[in-house]
Design a protein around this ligand. Structure first.
Ligand SMILES: NC(=O)c1ccc[n+]([C@@H]2O[C@H](COP(=O)([O-])OP(=O)(O)OC[C@H]3O[C@@H](n4cnc5c(N)ncnc54)[C@H](OP(=O)(O)O)[C@@H]3O)[C@@H](O)[C@H]2O)c1
Length: 292
């Protein structure tokens, strides 16, 4: 069993850290606002710490799932960051969805102190985290990844090393580019079905057995047909992710016209008050456009 820390007990981190403890690892936790850490310790046990550095002290692996690049830099390198508690030959595993640049930057900064860094963004949403069946895409050193993978497996159904530092984040960008196009297509298709006077439920029951099937269709069509958008990954987070992907695309010469368009559609959803609606709320924008 390993001695581990978990930084960031949000929608994703809270259940992920819980799986570590349930599998017998010795867990310290840190959360910026202390209420979540207090609730976590009351529910699971473990030890609550006041700073990332304190949580990391004496631990072999430090896991993290915070918001964006700046948040990540703060919990790793800030005045009270994990780096100040971590010893040589330990590993920092980051599950935040962030840029490939910040992954490479932190890998370099930690390498100077003989600490390894694995970028390991996840897919599978809140349900995946709660049920311990996330998909993890990682970047970093192969030997280090092999050493931490059995611990990651506590909350993952799949964890695969994709290449050097940053490769996990690049793979997550591919994931988000796919989702953007699929959800917009699904929004257009379902509203078309409704406008055509078809029974949307029956349409999906039929076409989901064929080539149009997708995770988004299976998991979101019922709520999209009912105009309900409170089921997971928020529009604000998606815009962060698409911004990261569009930046990377400018650098590597990819043209992402559909992704750029859908990003603007999500900006319209935000203007409708949908910052915290889930990503299937492109359907709400579609309906609004049709009414105009
Ligand atoms: N939710 C999903 O379905 C999903 C799926 C895949 C990937 N992700 C990615 O996973 C990451 C976390 O998502 P989430 O849904 O768990 O978000 P969340 O519920 O908002 O949690 C974010 C966590 O990060 C902490 N945090 C943020 N900025 C910080 C800072 N500067 N210093 C210290 N702590 C900070 C927050 O602390 P406080 O509690 O104090 O605010 C909170 O614990 C994001 O990068 C997101 O894109 C999310």
């Amino acid at each position: 069993m390993a001695k581990v820390a978990f930084l960031g007990l949000g929608v994703m981190g809270y259940p992920m850290a819980g799986h570590l403890l349930k599998h017998g690892h010795e867990v310290t936790v840190y959360n910026r606002s202390s209420a979540k850490a207090e609730a976590w310790v009351a529910q699971h046990g473990g030890r609550r710490c006041a700073t990332p550095a304190e949580a990391a002290t004496g631990q072999e692996i430090v896991f993290c799932c915070v918001g964006n690049d700046d948040d990540l830099r703060q919990v790793v390198l800030g005045d009270q960051g994990a780096v100040h508690g971590m010893a040589a030959n330990t590993v920092f595993v980051d599950h935040t969805t962030a840029s490939a640049d910040v992954a490479r930057e932190l890998a370099q900064a930690l390498d100077d102190k003989h600490i390894s860094f694995i970028d390991a963004p996840v897919s599978g949403g809140q349900a995946g985290a709660e049920n311990g069946v996330l998909t993890v895409m990682a970047g970093g050193d192969a030997e280090v990844f092999a050493a931490v993978k059995p611990v990651i497996d506590c909350y993952a159904k799949s964890a695969v090393l994709m290449g050097d530092s940053g490769a996990g984040q690049l793979t997550k960008m591919v994931n988000q580019i796919c989702i953007a196009g699929i959800v917009q297509g699904l929004s257009e298709a379902l509203s078309f079905a409704q406008n055509a006077g078809l029974d949307g439920e029956k349409v999906v029951q039929v076409i989901s057995k064929g080539a149009a099937q997708s995770w988004q269709m299976e998991n979101r069509y019922q709520t999209m047909l009912k105009d309900q958008y409170d089921f997971g990954f928020a529009v604000d987070w998606m815009r962060k992710d698409l911004g990261i992907a569009l930046n990377e695309a400018r650098r590597n010469g990819s043209t992402l016209p559909l992704t750029a368009l859908v990003d603007q559609f999500y900006a319209e959803v935000q203007a409708m008050g949908g910052n915290r609606w889930d990503t299937s709320s492109l359907m709400a924008r579609q309906k609004k456009c049709q009414q105009q």
